[in-house]
Design a protein around this ligand. Structure first.
Ligand SMILES: Cc1ncc(COP(=O)(O)O)c(C=O)c1O
Length: 427
């Protein structure tokens, strides 16, 4: 296991300003950037003006039109949201379900899978708590087995171990030990690690094993292309790196997987959601329903339409900057921050991985992370706390305490990093 970066020895990083990015415009279009150094984009980003306008405009119109009536009148705008979100990840609009958060998206995906007693779910040490709790529930209720893949020397999930495990496993349904699912987070909630999603997808595709990617912390921050990744299912949120409204999320379900992942005779229409309503299915006879052919089968009929158009505006806005450019800027700011925090006496940066992203987690000797966050927020710098229980396997393995999590986005600037570093030094 690669060690954490000890205090004072973080590698030198290129200055964030080396990357060309129109930060002034990004800030001008982010109303909240005037009042606070918001370094909590892994929690919920500050929305840009077009996202706020899309939501407020919808609410104003809805108030004088009627909720159902406006949704009908602006059906094209609602439809556009599917296109905008699909374009963000290289999917087709029919492969997108718009839901309330990443957890609902993930749950709908996981609990729809036809896992049988004896099937193995393969995951990794940085798995998110909610997912792992669900694995434990499925172990108890469905008799599945959970296996945790080891990390490689950089800290990311070991691709070699996955390849060996897939090679060794039986493939016939109903055979104990069959791998029923590979499920990992692309980026964990507790640090800068980026898991090798494309290498995982290459292996799962070759083995014909379903792959569910939790892309909650990666979509909007890094380029994510579902074809290149090769996942069958992907869950994500709107409010973090995409900079959309709270209460939005989405599930990608590959059309071929939707059609084929059947567990006859109970699911004649393909992958059957754990929860279905009158939008996901049609009640065609007293004893029969039919599931709709697209990914919207996973949705709830009722949804906050203002938030939905806000999500569409956020997806369009993110693409207008270019996700590659966003990734370069975010990575550069986070690298710079790691380097500078590492020079503050008593600070330990905990991120590891072959490749690092925009999440920076650290502790300061003698200062509890919750108290550190309280003081930082009081001084106008927003950060959050990463608790061990959110990623319990990793926290146990690396003996991680509660950590402060700072997560700059492209609209943050160097003066905000200065403020954070100075406030941490003063803790
Ligand atoms: C890696 C990861 N997965 C899933 C989630 C859950 O997302 P949501 O709160 O939108 O349900 C989070 C939230 O922080 C996360 O960091």
């Amino acid at each position: 296991m690669a060690p954490d970066l000890p205090a004072g020895t973080a590698p030198a990083a290129p200055a964030a300003s080396a990357v060309t990015f129109d930060v002034a415009r990004a800030r001008a279009e982010t109303p909240g950037s005037v009042g606070v150094a918001h370094l909590n984009n892994a929690g919920a980003s500050l929305p840009p003006r077009p996202v706020v306008d899309a939501q407020v405009g919808w609410l104003e119109e809805e108030a004088v039109t009627g909720g159902y009536e406006l949704a009908e009148r602006r059906a094209d705008d609602v439809d556009h949201v599917y296109r905008a979100v699909a374009d963000l990840i290289g999917a087709r609009p029919e492969e997108i379900a718009l839901v309330e958060n990443a957890t609902y998206a993930w749950h709908q995906a996981f609990w729809s899978l036809p896992l049988r007693p004896g099937d193995v779910v393969l995951t990794c040490t940085v798995e998110y708590g909610t997912a792992y709790i669900s694995f434990l529930q499925a172990q108890r209720r469905r008799g599945i087995a959970i296996e945790v893949l080891p990390d490689d020397e950089s800290g990311q999930v070991s691709v070699e171990a996955l390849a060996r495990r897939l090679d060794a496993a039986p493939t016939r349904p109903g055979t104990a030990g069959r791998i029923g699912l590979v499920a990992v987070p692309h980026i964990p909630t507790n640090g800068g690690l980026v898991n090798p999603a494309e290498e995982i997808g290459r292996l799962t595709r070759a083995a014909g094993v379903p792959f569910l990617l939790d892309a909650c912390q990666s979509v909007g921050q890094l380029p994510v292309d579902v074809e290149a990744v090769g996942c069958d299912l992907l869950s994500a949120t709107g409010r973090k790196w995409v900079r959309g409204p709270r209460g939005t999320g989405f599930l990608y379900a590959r059309q071929g997987f939707l059609d084929a992942a059947v567990d006859p005779p109970s699911a004649p229409d393909g992958l059957e959601p754990a929860f279905l309503d009158l939008h996901g299915a049609t009640w065609v006879a007293p004893d029969r329903y039919e599931i709709r052919p697209d990914a919207r089968r996973f949705e709830n009929w009722e949804f906050n339409q203002a938030a939905l158009v806000g999500l569409g505006a956020a997806a369009d806005y993110a693409r207008s900057w270019g996700i590659e450019a966003i990734a370069a800027r975010v990575t550069s700011l986070a690298d710079e921050l790691r380097g500078r925090l590492g020079e503050v006496p008593g600070v330990r940066v905990h991120d590891r991985g072959a490749r690092l992203c925009g999440i920076v987690t650290f502790t300061k000797e003698g200062v509890d992370a919750v108290e550190a966050k309280r003081q930082l927020v009081a001084s106008g710098v927003n950060v959050s706390v990463s608790e061990p229980a959110a990623t319990l396997l990793d926290a146990t393995q690396r003996r991680l305490p509660s950590m402060v999590r700072a997560s700059p986005h492209y609209y943050n600037d160097e003066t905000e990093l200065d403020r954070l570093v100075a406030a941490v030094a003063a803790l």
